[in-house]
Design a protein around this ligand. Structure first.
Ligand SMILES: Cc1cc2nc3c(=O)[nH]c(=O)nc-3n(C[C@H](O)[C@H](O)[C@H](O)COP(=O)(O)OP(=O)(O)OC[C@H]3O[C@@H](n4cnc5c(N)ncnc54)[C@H](O)[C@@H]3O)c2cc1C
Length: 446
């Protein structure tokens, strides 16, 4: 039986995912009929994360005779939004991944390797160990790189030293969970930061701070904790519909908020963090602050080979970060019309989240098929992204918005006052979004 033919068990599973997806998002898209019978081309996908695997699955469904090669070195496929839930002690470490071989759709050729360069003129991808891969059309979705090297005094392997933590990798999330639990018992000063580069899930550091605060309250230890949140931005959150409530929550919980401040170094031996106040690109003040528990974010950039292959933004305030340059509506490369890119690696001016990718995939797939058929790509992405900000153990402020930073609600949440945190959004976050991701998105049906 082919992977996409439907037996009874699969039908029940898909109906369940479809139902959950419809409940969570107000829409459902099985779309198993081929969109194109005529489109035939050699398609290479670099990166098999949320974006790459979902795209492979979509193209498999929509093309009658797909010829797809996916290049990705990973053994495991992580559901990264679950890292926050590991850090908060809600998910276990094994709840957030599947074997990559079980995520890549049947019939897609998997080269388990890293791309090291792209020659967009010759239409080839150079891999680390498997030579050159030719393509007619390229999907460039290698995600982003956590730049531990851009913070002095720590790297991924030494996370946890001096009680300095970060949930942005699996091992880091596990260490954070244990340390945060202890800190919420023993107390002291907790410092939380984000970072100044474009980064994935801007909500995650805010969530960790709020979860610590609630954990301490549950332990009757809140008075023993002083909590400081430092953001590199001018404000805590920049989507006007949600910002007032978020600010109110920080105030109600007694968390001190500091803006325009970035972390540049950590001295794990003395448990001190260097915080730079930056305005107009200039460092106004640099000070070492003592902490007992630190949760920080490293700067993030696109993988180096993107810029080295001439595929990144050449101007703009984030050009140095090397994001793939695409049209923000069609997701087609600004210079090479046989390349599409979206997800974390792209320069799309919206929040880097898998919720955004779920909306980007069908647009990118349809436009790619149009290009293969030598038609104009006409589908347009509106910038939709979502960030479920966990405000305590039991509530989530479900922030959904578009390029204009206008609220873009999805059913049934659109029936409720979503400017406030809710129990329903918590249920969605904890119970529904992960199965929608693994069985819906990665199968090209949600
Ligand atoms: C702590 C945390 C919390 C988050 N919370 C949320 C949330 O609540 N909601 C939400 O929607 N999103 C959330 N996100 C963001 C979301 O997980 C990402 O936006 C999403 O995973 C990005 O998908 P991607 O495919 O672009 O990149 P990734 O999923 O990171 O995948 C990139 C893939 O490319 C591969 N790759 C890298 N370099 C190469 C190369 N040179 N050659 C070939 N392959 C390569 C990697 O192995 C990887 O498989 C969170 C992320 C984190 C870290």
């Amino acid at each position: 039986m082919s992977k996409h033919s439907i037996d009874r068990r699969k039908f029940i599973k898909m109906a369940g995912i479809g139902g959950m997806s419809a409940l969570a998002t107000g829409e459902i898209s099985y779309a198993s009929d081929p969109v194109s019978k005529s489109a035939k081309a050699k398609i290479a996908i670099i990166g098999g994360g949320a974006a790459g695997v979902s795209m492979a699955a979509r193209l498999k469904r929509w093309l009658e005779s797909p010829d797809i090669t996916l290049i990705d070195p990973s053994q495991r496929h992580y559901y990264q939004p679950g890292f926050t839930l590991i850090g908060g002690g809600i998910y276990g470490p094994d709840d957030v991944y599947m074997e990559q071989k079980d995520c890549i759709p049947a019939g897609v050729r998997w080269i388990q390797d890293s791309a090291i360069s792209v020659d967009p003129d010759k239409k080839t991808v150079e891999t680390a160990k498997n030579g050159s891969v030719p393509y007619d059309f390229l999907v460039l979705t290698p995600g982003l790189v956590l730049r531990w090297d851009m913070i002095e005094g720590i790297d991924e392997a030494s996370l946890g030293a001096g009680n300095a933590h970060c949930i942005y990798c699996h091992s880091g999330a596990i260490k954070t969970r244990d340390a945060m639990r202890k800190f919420a018992e023993t107390g002291g000063r907790g410092i939380y930061t984000d970072t100044y580069t474009k980064h994935k899930c801007g909500g995650a550091p805010k969530k960790m701070c709020l979860l610590t605060e609630h954990l301490a309250r549950k332990n009757n230890k809140r008075d023993a904790l002083k909590l400081d949140f430092y953001t590199a931005s001018h404000e805590l959150y920049d989507v006007p519909y949600f910002t007032p409530r978020l600010l109110e929550i920080y105030k109600e919980r007694g968390i001190n908020l500091n803006t325009d401040t970035r972390i540049s170094g950590i001295d794990t031996a003395s448990k001190r963090v260097r915080l730079d106040t930056v305005k107009g690109g200039k460092i106004l003040k640099s000070a070492w602050e003592s902490y007992d528990f630190l949760h920080f974010l490293p700067p993030m950039t696109a993988p180096k080979f993107v810029a080295e292959s001439g595929l990144s933004d050449q101007s703009g305030s984030h050009a140095a970060e090397g994001w793939v340059s695409v049209d923000k509506y069609t997701l087609v490369h600004t210079k090479y019309p046989n390349i599409v890119s979206f997800g974390d690696a792209s320069n799309l001016p919206t929040s880097k989240t898998s919720a955004a990718i779920r909306k980007q995939v069908p647009i990118a797939a349809r436009n790619l098929i149009s290009l293969i058929e030598e038609k104009t790509p006409e589908e347009k992405y509106d910038g939709y992204a979502a960030c479920p900000i966990i405000t305590d153990y039991g509530h989530v402020l479900m922030c959904e918005f578009d390029y204009d930073k206008k609220r873009k609600g999805s059913f049934p949440l659109s029936l409720m006052d979503m400017s406030k945190e809710s129990r329903l959004a918590w249920m969605l976050k904890v119970y529904a979004l992960k199965p929608i991701y693994f069985y819906g998105m990665l199968n090209g049906i949600a």
